[in-house]
Write a protein that binds this ligand. Structure first.
Ligand code: KIV
Ligand code: ZN
Length: 511
């Protein structure tokens, strides 16, 4: 992957499963990570940064399962510039078709002095040793001087020259705190190409954060100045204000080909689906006005615009929704749709389900079709996502009854089934029926879990639509998201809370 051999290809490095998962509350479980990785491969990303393996045994196992199963993209594991991290990263990615180790270490004075508290010369040596160590395992090693946009040029030149000599094959320039502005960032990329000997032999990459809302603009400017790999995340999720949004970069390069003479390996018709999958599994909703994948990106409200669109779409639309997979054929199913039609629809959705899982989803479809006249592909997808983690949850909803009304005290009776099939039951009151139900669950678990965010949306349209609830919950210093769907919004709320609770218990090793 050098700038010489493939001058016009831009390699997309997706870090949704690593930097994206650092979004508060966006924790994914093992099965969810695998499903996202499979979808990223369908989308056609070049590199998947699957995680930070040293962070936990579960993370290492998830990255390793991705490395063994997901074919096509390079599978990369992140490591600090220390042997233990590099050992864990290699252990996780070694079974991939094409494994990569990504090493990072602070390079700005502020990071070296205050965070790492070490002499710059020693840190330079540490970076070099880390690259040499990683090269013992693989010939694909990426090096990131963290906080590069606030580092001194002379230090960066010396450091990068040394790590390239030590064997780094990709040099990634992170704008770790989203401080850069496009012109300045482009100039930095140009200076690095001109002043670092060996830079023409490696892939030059960028990694932009969005604190000032310029991550995508900075990435595009870097491409114009010689970067050939861009690190980005689906829906722009990531630490703090997020990272550059993959879909925005890919679509901008394609729609403005006259300005950007480059191409990517992206399969554009998978963008919409990938975006929704990541949003649903992480619980991080997509703002309606988000570029490319927001709900309003293809809606027109003013009469003048609607009139123009009816006469010729090009009057007010530069991206066709179908181009990014936004308008899948709307074949709707009913209670009378045969088993074959339902299974066929499930297969079209492209999730990797085994026979047993297909059967489970079919049973849930039958129940849903009893309550809802028309079942849309989005409804089926919601059922799949609800049951994606087929691992046995600690608590399942067995029975729910709530009381509410203008003259009554809101109350809830909740009965939960535990993994061993024993039943636990509680009654509680609250400010409303959902609050009462959540209080009852907290009484059962004995944990005082806080509710930070609550959001409800209709999955499709009509009064009988499935309601989808997304919650963000907090417990001690952790936040976790949960989601649940039902035609009954109180039940959907309880399912979302239980989904988050089960994830939390698993993370804390209770189950
Ligand atoms: O933002 C950053 O600096 C990072 C590095 C690990 C590349 O995420
Ligand atoms: Zn980052």
């Amino acid at each position: 992957m050098s700038t010489n051999t493939e001058a016009s290809k831009i390699f997309l490095f997706d870090s949704t499963l690593r930097d994206g998962e650092q979004t508060p509350g966006a924790r994914l479980n093992h099965d969810e990570k695998l499903e996202v990785a499979r979808q990223l491969a369908r989308l056609g990303v070049d590199i998947i940064e699957a995680g930070f393996p040293v962070s936990s045994p579960g993370e290492l196992r998830a990255v390793n399962d991705i490395a063994r199963e997901v074919k096509g993209p390079v599978i990369c594991g992140l490591a600090r510039a220390v042997q233990g991290d590099i050992d864990a990263a290699w252990e996780a990615v070694k079974d991939a078709e094409r494994p990569r180790i990504h090493v990072f270490l602070g390079a700005s004075d502020i990071h070296m002095e205050h965070k790492l508290r070490k002499d710059p010369a020693l840190l330079l040596e540490q970076g070099v040793e880390a690259v040499k160590y990683a090269r013992k395992f693989t010939d694909d090693v990426e090096y990131s001087p963290e906080d590069a946009t606030r580092a001194r040029d002379e230090y960066l030149y010396e450091l990068l020259e040394a790590v390239i000599k030590a064997g780094a094959t990709t040099i990634n320039i992170p704008d770790t705190v989203g401080y850069a502005v496009p012109e300045e960032f482009g100039a930095l990329i140009r200076r690095l190409r001109e002043n670092v000997s060996g830079m023409d032999k490696v892939t030059l990459s960028v990694h932009c954060h969005n604190d000032l809302g310029m991550a995508v603009a900075n990435s595009l400017e870097a491409i114009k100045n010689g970067a050939r790999q861009v690190e980005c995340n689906i829906n722009g999720i990531g630490e703090r204000a997020g990272n550059a949004a993959l879909e925005e970069i890919a679509v901008a390069l394609r729609i403005r080909q006259n300005h950007f003479p480059y191409y990517t390996g992206i399969n554009f018709s998978e963008i919409y689906r990938t975006s929704r999958l990541v949003s649903k599994l992480t619980g991080i909703s997509i703002p309606s006005n988000k570029a490319v994948v927001g709900l309003n990106a293809f809606s027109h409200s003013s009469g003048i615009h609607q009139d123009g669109i009816l006469k010729n779409k090009e009057t007010y639309e530069i991206i066709d929704a179908e181009f990014i997979g936004g308008k899948a054929a709307q074949m709707c199913l009913t209670a009378r749709s045969g088993r074959h039609a339902v299974l066929d629809q499930l297969k079209q959705l492209n999730y990797s389900l085994n026979e047993g899982q297909l059967e489970t989803i079919y049973e849930h479809f039958v129940n849903l079709a009893d309550k809802k006249k028309e079942v849309y592909p989005e409804d089926i997808e919601a059922l799949v996502l609800d049951h994606l983690s087929f691992a046995e949850p600690r608590y399942r909803l067995d029975y729910l009854q709530t009381i509410s009304g203008s003259k009554s005290i809101p109350a809830a009776v909740i009965r939960l089934k535990k993994e061993d099939d024993s039943i636990v039951e509680e009654v509680a009151v609250g400010a409303g029926p959902i609050d009462a139900a959540y209080n009852a669950i907290n009484k059962i678990t004995g944990l005082s879990i806080g509710l930070e965010k609550y959001r409800i949306n209709a999955v499709t349209h009509g009064r009988d639509a499935l309601g989808e609830v997304q919650v963000e919950m907090s417990y001690q210093d952790r936040t976790i998201s949960g989601r649940g769907t039902s035609t009954d919004i109180i039940e959907a709320s309880v399912k979302a809370y239980l989904n988050g609770l089960n994830k939390l218990l698993k993370m804390n090793g209770y189950s």
